[in-house]
Write a protein of this length. Structure first.
Length: 303
């Protein structure tokens, strides 16, 4: 999504250059802010939120900042799927917490401490918190969880790729192994289940099996076993697995345009399941990936 980058205080203005000699230097990337395209004017961002009927993703950040601040920018705000969700589902605006002036007044308005670690607040179109303020959240999983909760509170849809970012970044996962007559089909039926993060085709005890990585908080091992058994996938205890060849991993992806995209492991699992079972695979793709796919479908530009 194209956005106008509003600048403030020491940041250079975004003015179209007229000649190479008088072209202004591009703004220096600020690693505390990641790769998200931010608005800098809070009131203008609030007006955009009202017009677009989107919540605000309000970041209070120290720029330049400490190691925690730069790590947040590099590990959370530069996460490709989170970046797309921040820009697509929210109106992102940043307020530096270590300056005065207009930004200092916004910080004081929200009673945020100065020179603090990064704090993300999710606001409705009136500028009120959708969720209670919470700090010390510096990892992708918990920020993704807050993004999903705020979209739900605002009655906005939660895209599949944001769900992927949330589940893939979860700190706790478990594995289970299931035998079936064909691990290609097993990867599809098991990979389609909510709570399943990834699948892997393998061999154990001379039979085709699928190793499933899942989130016990979403899908317990017993629930997974019951649902797998209903799909003719038998739970087995395998002392050792021989991973199948790459050509047997997410087999339905091979030769498709999806195989040309840079998908995360969970995206591969979900897209493969959708292709095999006849559902829509694009729901798991981010806007950036959808644009890449459109370019691939159009082919190279004529010379």
């Amino acid at each position: 999504m194209n956005r106008i980058l509003r600048t403030l205080l020491s940041l250079p203005a975004c003015i179209a250059p007229t000649t190479a000699q008088d072209s202004p230097a591009p703004p220096t990337p600020q690693k505390e802010l990641g790769t998200v395209v931010w608005q800098r004017d809070f009131e203008a961002a609030l007006a955009d939120a009202k017009q677009q009927q989107k919540p605000l993703f309000l970041l209070f950040q120290e720029v330049p900042g400490c190691e925690t601040c730069t790590g947040f920018g590099q590990n959370v705000l530069s996460h490709p799927l989170l970046k797309d969700a921040i820009e697509q589902c929210f109106v992102p605006v940043v307020v530096r917490n270590n300056v005065e002036g207009a930004e200092g007044k916004i910080r004081e308005r929200f009673e945020e401490p100065a020179w603090n670690n990064p704090v993300v607040r999710f606001l409705d179109q009136s500028g009120k918190d959708l969720l209670p303020r919470q700090d010390l959240l510096f990892d992708a999983h918990r920020i993704a969880a807050r993004m999903i909760a705020s979209l739900t509170k605002a009655n906005r849809p939660v895209p599949g790729y944001l769900q992927v970012a949330f589940h893939e970044s979860a700190p706790n996962t478990a594995t289970a192994v299931f035998q079936m007559h064909c691990f290609w089909e097993g990867e599809a039926v098991l990979g389609s289940l909510d709570g399943v993060v990834t699948t892997k085709s393998a061999f154990a005890n001379g039979a085709e099996v699928v190793e499933v990585t899942f989130r016990p908080e979403v899908l317990t091992k017993l629930e997974l076993s019951d649902r797998a058994t209903a799909k003719s996938c038998k739970p087995v205890v395998a002392e050792s697995l021989k991973v199948a060849d790459p050509s047997d991993q997410q087999h339905a992806l091979l030769g498709t345009i999806y195989a040309k995209l840079e998908l995360t492991p969970m995206q591969r699992t979900k897209v493969h399941a959708a292709l095999t079972l006849g559902s829509e695979p694009r729901v798991w793709l981010s806007p950036t990936q959808l644009r890449q796919m459109e370019q691939l479908e159009q082919g190279p530009a004529p010379r």
